[in-house]
Every structure is written in C-alpha cells, then in structure tokens.
Design a protein around this ligand. Sequence first.
Ligand code: DX5
Ligand code: ZN
Length: 218
Amino acid sequence: MKKLIAPSILAADFGNLERDCKMINKSDADWFHIDIMDGVFVPNISFGMPVLKSINSSANKPLDVHLMIVNPDRYIKTFAALNAKYLTVHFEVCNHLHRTIQEIKNNNMKAGVALNPHTPVSVLDSIIEDIDLVCLMSVNPGFGGQKFITNTFKKTQELKQLIDSKESKALIEIDGGVTDKNAEKLIENGADVLVAGSFVFKSNNPLETISNLKSITN
Ligand code: DX5
Ligand code: ZN
C-alpha cells in the first residue's frame, strides 16, 4: 500500500484557513488531519464544529479526525455529519471501546484508536481486528511542535507484529514530531500514515515539504 501523508491543520494559519486548506488540496498530501481538543483530556483547547465545517467546505481530501476529548461517544453522529472519514478516539478515555468502535462504523466512518506514549500496544490485543486505524502518539497529546519520542519506533514494530499476527487491516498512523529525519525509519518499522503539523506549516515551502515527505516514504 502507498504510504500516506496527513498534514495537521492545528499548525495552519487560522487567519488564512481557506488558503492553507487549498494548499493541501493542491499538494501531494493524502488526508487532512484534524485535532479536536477539549481542555479536559488534554491541557489545551483547539477548535470545534464551526471551524471543522469551514475546513470541510474547502477541503477536497478525506478528513482524518483525531478526538482528544473525554466522552467521545457523545459526538460520533456530529462528526459523521461533518464528513469525517476516519474518527479516532483515545483508548485512555473509552470504558467501552468495542461499543464506541461499532458506533463509529454504524455511522459510516472508519474507526481509529489512539494510544498515548505511555500506553502499550498490547492493550489492543483483543480488539485489533475491529479497528481500521491505530494512531500512535509520538508526543504527549495537546500541542503541536513537540519533540518526537523515540520509543515510538519500537512501538511501531510491536504494533505491526500485532496487526500481522491477527490479520487485522488496521493502518498504523504516527502523530507528533514527524519530520524528514524520522519518516523513513517509521515507514521501515511499519507505519502507513504520517501526520505532520509544524514540519509542514512552519517550513518555507509547505508544498515542497509535503512532496519531500511523500517521496521519502514511498
Ligand atoms: C498533538 C496532535 C498532533 C499535532 C502534530 O496533540 O495530535 O496531530 O498537531 O503536530 P506536530 O507535527 O507539530 O508535532
Ligand atoms: Zn493529532
């Protein structure tokens, strides 16, 4: 499978959101990565439904929505209506993860599960066949622009082994601190989707940066 690049809108210029969405439309990127933070699960608040609505009206690539919120079940239908293709919830906030995953799929979205850096891959042992995407957090969720945690390389390998051993179709997504320095090794270790926020939007030429990341990984 081709490896995918998902620029994170969190690092975009919110005063020029339409311009930045159009840049991604035009680029070699595959998805829009959308970070929703509630100030409870993570120590930051990003943006909510009205902003996502605007992004959706400009974006012409799939929306990969990463919920860093407690009680994600409350909003599954809302995100389906806002055109999310992938809806990712955090393992750490789901008491009934199986039910949450089924509910996401019943609303015609792909179901993702994110793991914090301290959460071992083995917690997904009994559920991996039901998951469409696992998002390995390679920074502590809540902020863009943080340093990549190198233990993620090992976790990526472990997750790849788990997925293969259970014949799961889950994609492995890496989120946080991704750059041209770690992209290749992440792909070698089994990653399918790389999220990149600051590395893309803070670069001098985001289009070229996306295209370089894409060529490193494919
Ligand atoms: C962090 C978010 C990430 C973030 C990545 O909580 O989930 O998606 O936007 O940003 P960078 O690439 O700057 O680490
Ligand atoms: Zn994210």
